[in-house]
Design a protein around this ligand. Structure first.
Ligand code: C2E
Ligand code: MG
Ligand code: MG
Ligand code: MG
Length: 298
C-alpha cells in the first residue's frame, strides 16, 4: 500500500523526500498540499469531532461514544482521517491536533454532563506518535484537571499494532494510566499480531474487534472462528469486547450469541455531530434505530 510505504520512507528520515519512487510523485504533491492546509486547519476552525454511539448488546443502551476527527476543507470538502492522520503524524502536527481532540472531547463530556445526559465514557484515538510522547500520561491528566472532568470518563484507544510495536512501553503507559483511573482499549484488534504473553499484561478494559472480521461474518466461517475466539479469550482475560463496523442484523445475532459485550457500527448509527449524538443517546437509539432495543425486548 503506497500510503504505508510513503509513511515508512518519511519516517526513515527528515530528508526522506529524495527517496520517493517516481510513481509516488503525484501522491507527494497531494501530500504537500494536504500538509500545508492541515497546518492551518486548527486556527481556521476546520476540525470537528463526531461521536459514534457504542451500545450494550444486552439491553441496547448507549453506553459510550468514540470521538472521530473530521476535517472539512473550505474548497476540497471532507478529507478522510485515513488520509490526513498519517500526514499529521509525519509532519508533527498530530501533537497539537491530538491535544485539541482530547480537550474537545473532554469539554464535550462536561457540556453533556451539565445538560443532564447520563454519564458515559468517550473514547479518543491515540496516534502512534502521541503514544511515543514522553509525557503522554501527564498531558492527559493535565487536560482532565484543567477541565475538571473525572478521569474515569475518558477512554483512550490504542491500536493493537502500535501497542505491540513497543509492547514494554505499552505495558508501562497502560499501568500508569490505569493507576490514574483512565481507561484504555485496544483498537483494530486481531490485525496486529498480539503476543499473548503481553496481552495479559495490558491493563485494558476492552478489546475492539476489528471491522475487517465483522464485515464478512455472515459468509466467512474463518472470521466466525476468529471473532468467537477473540470474545472468549477476552472474557477469560477479564476484558470486555466491542465489535466495530456492525452493519447487519445477522452480524449482531452472531455477536450476541457469542457473548460480545458492546457494538458500534452503521447498523445503529454513523458518527454524529455532538447535538445529534445527544439526541440519539437520550432516546437510547429508540427513535433513530429501534433495531437493538426491539430485538432485545422480544
Ligand atoms: P478507527 O479508530 O478504527 O475508527 C473506526 C472507523 O470505522 C471510523 O472511520 C468509523 O467512521 C468507521 N465505521 C464505524 N462504523 C462503521 C461501519 O458500520 N461500517 C464501516 N465500513 N465503517 C464504520 P473514520 O472516522 O473514517 O476514521 C478512520 C480512522 O482514522 C480511525 O479508525 C482512526 O484510526 C483514525 N482516526 C479518526 N479520528 C482520529 C483522531 O482523533 N486521532 C487519531 N489519532 N486517529 C483518528
Ligand atoms: Mg478507534
Ligand atoms: Mg478500529
Ligand atoms: Mg481503524
Amino acid at each position: 500500500n503506497a500510503d504505508a510505504a510513503m509513511y515508512r520512507v518519511k519516517q526513515s528520515g527528515r530528508n526522506g523526500y529524495s527517496f520517493y519512487a517516481p510513481e509516488m510523485q503525484a501522491q507527494s504533491v497531494r501530500y504537500l498540499q494536504l500538509a500545508g492546509a492541515l497546518r492551518q486547519a486548527l486556527q481556521r476552525d476546520e476540525l470537528q469531532l463526531h461521536y459514534q454511539p457504542q451500545l450494550s448488546i444486552r439491553d441496547g443502551r448507549v453506553v459510550g461514544a468514540e470521538a472521530l476527527l473530521r476535517w472539512r476543507h473550505p474548497e476540497w470538502g471532507m478529507v478522510s482521517p485515513a488520509e490526513f492522520i498519517p500526514i499529521a503524524e509525519e509532519s508533527g502536527l498530530i501533537t497539537p491536533i491530538g491535544e485539541w481532540v482530547i480537550r474537545t472531547a473532554v469539554r464535550q463530556m462536561k457540556a453533556w454532563r451539565a445538560r443532564g445526559l447520563p454519564e458515559m465514557p468517550v473514547a479518543v484515538n491515540l496516534s502512534a506518535v502521541q503514544f511515543r510522547q514522553e509525557n503522554i500520561t501527564e498531558l492527559i491528566t493535565r487536560i482532565l484537571d484543567e477541565e475538571g472532568l473525572p478521569y474515569h470518563l475518558l477512554e483512550l484507544e490504542l491500536t493493537e499494532a502500535v501497542a505491540m510495536d513497543d509492547a514494554q512501553r505499552a505495558v508501562r503507559i497502560m499501568d500508569s494510566l490505569h493507576e490514574q483511573g483512565i481507561r484504555m482499549s485496544i483498537d483494530d484488534f486481531g490485525t496486529g499480531y498480539s503476543s499473548l504473553s503481553y496481552l495479559k499484561k495490558f491493563k485494558v478494559s476492552k478489546l475492539k474487534i476489528d471491522q475487517s472480521f465483522v464485515r464478512d461474518l455472515d459468509e466467512d466461517p474463518e472470521d466466525k472462528t476468529i471473532v468467537g475466539t477473540i470474545i472468549h479469550m477476552a472474557a477469560s482475560l477479564g476484558m470486555k469486547t466491542i465489535a466495530e463496523g456492525v452493519e447487519t442484523a445477522s452480524q449482531l445475532a452472531f455477536l450476541r450469541l457469542h457473548g460480545c459485550d458492546e457494538v458500534q457500527g452503521f447498523y445503529f448509527s454513523k458518527p454524529l455531530p455532538a447535538g445529534q449524538f445527544e439526541a440519539f443517546a437520550r432516546s437510547n437509539g429508540s427513535d433513530t434505530t429501534p433495531r437493538l432495543s426491539e430485538e432485545t425486548v422480544q
